[in-house]
Design a protein around this ligand. Structure first.
Ligand SMILES: Nc1ncnc2c1ncn2[C@@H]1O[C@H](COP(=O)(O)OP(=O)(O)OP(=O)(O)O)[C@@H](O)[C@H]1O
Length: 336
């Protein structure tokens, strides 16, 4: 489990101050994959580096697996870090060492006997499907393979927590999916708690159960990914889905006068309902689909649709109330 409470970080250089984090609180439940999404400069790297104290917060509290990180002395901190693995955007492998040596490195530092190191390295090579690359050097590997070495090295001392600093940002989409699949498997098999930072919304949708949105050093939204995607007006939803081209639709040729353009957010049960049929049968309102996507997030269908509703004015109002009650109406865009 990871808990940050009111964490702030101010960088000071020669009389200049940069506030990278301000009053950040978040809680990552045991065994959860939690993503922090934010634009460049939002403070994501600073935040994740405050968890294992690669950066020391200026104020606040950091707890990992119940341990108050800021209260630890240098030796205890070194020990605590053994329980917190970390992977990086540019892999951070030692170029002059083989894959096996890279993976063995944290174990040698921790003083494991050579026999146990060999056994553990073999186990990890098999876990990340790189047994045939044990004696290769990083330069001889693809980006995806390098990141799998990074993951094996991070997992070597059997940490309970894994930090991922933009681990898939340097990879192509297909390799990204493969690495995310590996992280998901590891999370499930080992019950590892994973905190990742990313600017890629696909990463959140692909593997995170919960997420926080970071803007200018502050957490502006936090919750279950599926809930935030379904929540009308949520920042995460706005970041994940491009805005509709409502303006061009409002003068849609053939659009009936009095029709209403509305934006629907559907997730889980709501997405599984025959929404359009209900509007037609119960209210006599027709819905024409103009734009939208439906995809599966964490195995749950999530849709965001722009539709034109047409019908008698009273019927339209009733249909809109119904959609509001069902928490499907994300915004009433315009009159057609
Ligand atoms: N060592 C440092 N010294 C001074 N300022 C820093 C330092 N590291 C980061 N900053 C500043 O803190 C702010 C947050 O930076 P940070 O790297 O945490 O953001 P980020 O969201 O990870 O950005 P990116 O996605 O571009 O890596 C930025 O204004 C940055 O310039």
């Amino acid at each position: 489990m990871i808990e940050l409470r009111d964490v702030s970080k101010v960088y000071r250089h020669g009389g200049r101050e940069v506030t990278a984090l301000e009053g950040v609180s978040l809680r990552v439940a045991p065994g959860e994959v939690f993503g922090v999404l934010g634009h460049s400069g939002a403070g994501k790297s600073t935040l994740i580096r405050c968890v294992n104290l690669l950066e020391r917060p200026t104020a606040g509290e950091v707890k990992v697996e119940g341990r108050d990180m800021l209260a630890l002395g240098p030796r205890e901190l070194r020990q605590a870090r053994q329980g917190i693995g970390m992977i990086f955007q540019h892999f951070n492998l030692f170029s002059a060492q083989t894959v096996a040596e890279n993976i063995a490195y944290p174990l040698a530092i921790a003083g494991w006997p050579p026999g146990r190191i060999r056994e553990r390295v073999d186990e990890l090579l098999s876990l990340v499907d790189l047994s045939d690359k044990a004696w290769a050097y990083p330069a001889q590997l693809s980006g995806g393979q390098k990141q799998r070495v990074g993951i094996a090295r991070a997992l070597a001392p059997r940490p309970r927590v894994l930090l991922s600093d933009e681990a898939t940002s340097a990879l192509d989409p297909e390799t990204t999916r493969a690495v995310l699949g590996l992280l998901r498997d590891i999370n499930r098999q080992l019950g590892l708690t994973i905190l990742l930072i990313t600017h890629q919304t696909e990463v959140l949708k692909e593997i995170c159960r919960s997420a926080a949105v970071l803007e200018r050093g502050r957490v502006v939204e936090q919750g279950k990914v599926i809930d935030l995607l379904a929540l009308p007006g949520a920042r995460l939803s706005a970041l994940c889905y491009p805005p509709f081209t409502a303006g061009s639709w409002s003068v849609r040729p053939g659009g009936r006068p009095g029709g209403r353009l509305v934006c629907l957010s559907l997730a889980g049960d709501a997405a599984a309902q025959p929404v359009f049929a209900v509007l037609a049968r119960r209210f006599g309102v027709d819905a024409t689909l103009l734009e939208g996507t439906v995809e599966r997030v964490g195995g749950v269908p999530v849709g965001r649709l722009l539709v034109e509703l047409t019908g008698a004015p009273d019927a339209l109002e009733q249909a809109l109330s119904h959609l509001r009650e069902q928490r499907c109406l994300s915004e009433a865009v315009a009159h057609a």
